[in-house]
Design a binder for this molecule. Sequence first.
Ligand SMILES: [Zn+2]
Length: 467
Amino acid sequence: TYGFPIDLTALILSEKGYTLDSKGFEAAMQEQKNRSKSASEISKEDWVVLSKDAGQEFVGYDTLEADVKVVKYRKITSKKSGEQYQLVFNSTPFYPEGGGQVGDKGYLEEPNGDVVYILDTKKENNEIIHFTKTLPGHLNETLKAVVDKKQRQRTEANHTATHLLHQALREVLGNHVEQKGSAVHAKYLRFDFSHFAKLTDDELKQVEGFVNARIAGQLPFDENRHVPMQEALEEGAMALFGEKYGETVRTVRFGRSIELCGGTHVKNTADIWHFKIRSEGAVAAGIRRIEAITSDAVKDYFAENNKTLFEIKNLLNNAQDPLKAVESLQEENDKLKKEVESLRKGKAKDLKKQLQSELEEINGMRFLAKKVDLDAAGIKDLSFEMGSNQDDLFLLFGTEQNGKALLSCYISKNIVAEKGLNAGNIVRELGKYIQGGGGGQPFFATAGGKNPEGIDQALDKAKNFLK
Ligand SMILES: [Zn+2]
């Protein structure tokens, strides 16, 4: 949202001996914040209150479906999402975004079977607010609220994995590890924690292994919804970063992992199926981030990898050992490259020999104007090669590469000094035949143009400069 972290930027700069313009940064940041604020600005209409029923019950720990009544609603408008409605029920199975976990999605079913989709769920002033695009037609009747089960299960698997990951990191890296934030989505999880160094491959493997061992261990979900805070802490429950806790708290335990948590979880760690770390990196000085996947996402990940491997094997004519097959291809490729290089050198040598035999003596210079099948770099090499043997050369080469024309002029420095010739001027002059232009130094210059048909004419005119 606000780009690369500033403290990390400062760190990198100081390592390179630079300092940070923090005043300039603050000003630019304020500007950006104003910009994104105006983009997300929301206008809210007044609440329409349907019933004075106070108190709202969250039943989403135990059920994903419930009969509910709308207590109040209002219309909101934002640039980002357009018109939406916010609905509050007397009771809801929908988990509101919190503790890093995304809000539930799902739908409301009306008595006549009509469906209104719930796009997101958030908590505001201790009320659970459901976001919809339209308003139910039967606002005063009992509606069935149904949470999207697939998304909830995937989110629960990811959320529960963050508990095990937290425990694993403290076990593998040490007790200095503290959770600094998390984002739990249906598709992946993100976990930020305090640690001073990049995790080694071995540490990552150990962390993954620790979590997967607890998944294989089929640890049951064990919760206590109302524990006095002090008691929970004495039991060793870890409080999570950025959370506010009341006098009584909910503790969530899987084996030896025990945390204060209001989120939703799998009933058994076996439901997570498998845990796979996708990336590890720095987010700020002393803070690392792990992104990982579980359950269906891991299955997709393995399936995708498997498909790629299968395709590679196919390309390698079903080699038994694709790794070995790729290695031998690389070896063969290196060998071929060397062969091509030596052939190319041989060809250049032959060409040089041939061209030297074609040199024509005019006015004390050895002259050649010819079309060759080489690129710009090849022509330059050839010209300087020839020039290293003779010091009385006037060469003009033309070539056509990818439909474009190139002229290249080389004049030995002796000749430049003696006869006052200038390769730069000459290619500029001849460039008009190929509808282009160029320049360079008095002893070497090139011109490019879009008309290859003019190359022969330009070569014909080269002799005029010798007189
Ligand atoms: Zn939790």
